[in-house]
Design a protein around this ligand. Sequence first.
Ligand code: XIL
Length: 328
Amino acid sequence: TETPLKQLFQEDFKIGAAVNPRTIVSQEALLARHFNSITAENEMKFASVHPEEEVYTFEEADLLAAFARKHGMALRGHTLVWHNQTTDWIFRDRKGDSVNREVLLERVRAHIHTVVGRYKGDIYAWDVVNEAIADEGAELLRSSRWLDIAGPDFIAKAFEFAHEADPDALLFYNDYNESHPQKRDKIYALVKSLLDRDIPIHGIGLQAHWNLYDPALEDIRAAIEKYASLGLQLQLTELDISVFRFDDKRTDLKEPTPDMLETQAERYEAVFRLLKEYRNEITAVTFWGAADDYTWLDDFPVRGRKNWPFLFDAEHRPKPAYDRIAAL
Ligand code: XIL
């Protein structure tokens, strides 16, 4: 049978997968064989672990942490401050009015201390702030309750709180469209401003939700170069290579076409060839899943459209893309 991915890239970077309480059962053998790192797909997000101010729910997150320990895998933490999957209570008082900056920052400090503190020694790297940059336009930051209430330095505060809670954890800023030139420059500017102020940040997470056609390889290379020039480590945190263009609305395809699989194989080969060139800068490559039987892309951005973004098929057999990167 095929060589484990983690062995193929052992001199280069960790090989991770996003998992959830169902896939650690249905994909256990595949995960154990090929991956040496996991990320919780949803189970460590704010809404999952902290549904009410006085209530923390760590059962599912603990289950995934135990799975990592059982298999000797590294564990990434995802995520502490985000505009999505965050329960509204943190922004509101009992009457439903917005809290002020001081209250919000005190609440997020308590959240970060509790969550990061719980997994101290288990989680080696945290996505502290996720997707805070605006995709379009001149604005640096996306509009959000965080920005409205606390102002732009909610970002710096989150990193400081995380560093207090676990001084040994590597702290990442994580975002998507990370290879688009405009957004790349904004991510660079944000992270540089944090470094210039001595805020504890150690890495940039490139989500890497890509497809067969976009982004161009040269844009990926330019993004890696630019981020690496800050002297931080880089990780691909959520890699998947969709077989559809982002705006493709077809929902009728039951199987990937041979053409798609071949183009995907070429694309994965080119991507991993590039990543290996930057093996000194890139410390981990995490897929947002493991095999084609389950991917969030089955529902995003088009509901009910099956996708086949990974190196392993729905039966956990290696796809042409696996063979090509195994031959690198
Ligand atoms: C996704 C999960 O995969 C889905 O199950 C959930 O419904 C929505 O979130 N960027 C991120 C991830 O940082 O947390 C997202 O995960 C995918 C996009």
